[in-house]
Design a protein around this ligand. Structure first.
Ligand SMILES: [Zn+2]
Length: 94
């Protein structure tokens, strides 16, 4: 399927990703991306304070649909974090 060929992540589109209610429900921009070194889990977060009720489980495909600019950090290595000042800034890798 062409959809999957274009998918920028090495992981499958159905891979579980964690995000927050601010991004999913309130349409805040994604400003922080973590690729966990232990379990390979992806987290896509805004810059706000978070507690457990704010977390939402979705898929990499859904994140990509919310913001296509995550393709620029799709090869983020395990244990790394990508961040940016705002939606129009370039990603920094830490
Ligand atoms: Zn948030």
């Amino acid at each position: 399927m062409s959809l999957f060929k274009k998918f920028p992540f090495k992981d499958k589109p159905s891979t579980v990703a964690i995000t927050c209610a601010h991004i999913l429900d309130e349409k805040n921009p994604i400003l922080y991306v973590f690729h966990d070194a232990d379990d390979g889990c992806w987290q896509f977060l805004c810059g706000k304070e978070h507690n457990i009720e704010d977390s939402r489980v979705i898929s990499l495909q859904q994140i990509y649909e919310i913001d296509k600019s995550v393709k620029k950090i799709a090869n983020l290595e395990y244990g790394k974090c990508a961040y940016r000042k705002d939606k129009n800034s370039e990603w920094n890798i830490q």
